[in-house]
Design a protein around this ligand. Structure first.
Ligand SMILES: Cc1cc2nc3c(=O)[nH]c(=O)nc-3n(C[C@H](O)[C@H](O)[C@H](O)COP(=O)(O)OP(=O)(O)OC[C@H]3O[C@@H](n4cnc5c(N)ncnc54)[C@H](O)[C@@H]3O)c2cc1C
Length: 373
């Protein structure tokens, strides 16, 4: 079988990897360089963790996601991941951490509740004003996202069955007939066309524009004083919700930066244009950091980065068959990277088998299992 993939982020590249491993031919088109620094997948790190609020479907997929990453590490000959554990903090009426712990208990992965004294003893780098309950699990960590994307692109470039076309924007895709036309006017055909175009999906396929919304997000990288850098070098990852602004903190594992962001969707923005950020974008986050993090007044903002989520109404992933020969692949809503290797492997298996497309879509939406034929 031959497949065309539009988009060289983690989803497109992982699908190409899965197809090539199973002996299929792939042509992948990327509008920018490969990897493209504007892609959502291109940041120093992305988090993987079991706590998932009420989403038992996604929580239940995390072990499969880890297994898929392990397979990728084997193929790449390197492990681009650091374990940190996951600390979920909550208070002031918010209950995401409690709900996560309750959900994980139902699937045999209990979190430990840390009383305040234990929280302070184990994590003295956390000030924790406003935190009422804290839950901990040893599982979870940091995927070195841009290094993974670069290593995967490099690995695929050396494979005989894969042709990569960087700097080749696709102007249109016919998912019924199975062909694409590039901006330069060249037509390419295959049995299957997979559109994994991230926040640009609605530009290529306007009918998707209302379902897959680009959402401009700003993250902060901090320059830490030496004692804070040492204290944070071993984690933990924090997912916090104690008020109007919830935040996540990515610790500076293996020399990467320490990053803080939030999960409030802007549900607007143009991924081609809006890449500048100002202090106004981050003021609420800075205020929250001040109450949460010990010695925060000595931290300095190193840089701000604007990145795009591709958001659905219910935050579930879209991996849908469209037309006789097409698939749209958009596992995002700000939580897709951790499933990148798994989503790619499984889509490759479905494309090459008679596995039911609707069952696949439900699985990717975190709603059900899929079985191999
Ligand atoms: C700030 C931020 C924090 C996040 N944190 C996490 C996290 O902690 N954990 C987690 O699991 N997930 C996280 N995510 C989500 C995760 O990064 C995304 O779900 C994932 O990277 C999406 O990958 P993708 O391949 O679908 O899209 P992208 O990486 O954007 O790739 C799409 C590619 O398609 C190309 N393209 C688009 N249109 C065309 C065209 N017409 N022709 C050719 N090429 C085209 C683009 O140039 C781009 O390279 C976060 C995202 C952001 C922005």
């Amino acid at each position: 079988m031959k497949a065309i993939i539009v988009g060289g982020g983690i989803m497109g590249l992982s699908t190409a990897w899965g197809l090539a491993r199973d002996g299929h031919d792939v042509e992948l088109f990327e509008q920018g360089p490969l990897p493209n620094p504007l892609a959502s997948s291109m940041d120093e790190h992305r988090l993987i963790r079991h706590p998932y609020g009420d989403h038992v479907g996604y929580a239940g997929l995390i072990d499969d996601a880890y297994a898929a990453w392990d397979l990728l590490w084997r193929d790449l000959g390197q492990r681009l991941y650091a374990a940190t554990g996951t600390l979920a903090l909550t208070g002031n009426g918010a209950d995401w951490a409690e709900r996560s712990a309750a959900t994980l208990a139902t699937i045999g992965k209990p979190m430990i509740e840390l009383p305040e004294a234990d929280l302070r003893r184990r994590f003295p780098q956390i000030e924790a004003k406003g935190v009422e309950r804290a839950f901990w699990t040893e599982s979870g960590g940091v995927l070195f996202a841009q290094d993974i994307v670069a290593a995967l692109a490099h690995c695929l470039a050396r494979q005989a069955r894969v042709r990569l076309h960087p700097h080749t924007p696709v102007r249109s895709a016919d998912l019924e007939k199975g062909h694409i036309v590039t901006e330069a006017g060249a037509t390419h055909a295959a049995e299957i066309v997979v559109v994994a175009a991230g926040a640009w999906a609605g530009r290529l396929l306007p009918a998707l524009g209302r379902r897959l919304l680009p959402s401009r997000q700003v993250v902060i990288y901090f320059d830490l004083p030496p004692e804070a850098r040492t204290a944070w070098a071993k984690g933990p990852m924090i997912i916090e919700k104690t008020g109007d602004v919830g935040l996540y903190l990515v610790p500076p594992m293996e020399g990467r930066g320490l990053k803080v962001g939030d999960h409030e969707f802007s549900r607007s923005g143009d991924p081609m244009e809006e890449r500048a950020a100002s202090e106004d974008d981050i003021r609420p986050l800075l205020d929250r950091c001040r109450s949460l993090l010990h010695g925060f007044d000595r931290w300095r903002t190193d840089r701000l980065k604007v990145c795009f989520y591709t958001v659905t109404e219910d935050e579930r992933f879209v991996v849908d068959k469209q037309g006789a020969r097409g698939w749209v692949m958009s596992p995002c809503s700000g939580h897709g990277f951790k499933f990148g290797a798994l989503m790619g492997l499984e889509l490759a298996r479905t494309l090459a088998s008679d596995r039911d497309a609707r069952a696949h879509a439900r699985w990717a939406a975190g709603l059900a299992g899929i079985t191999s034929t």
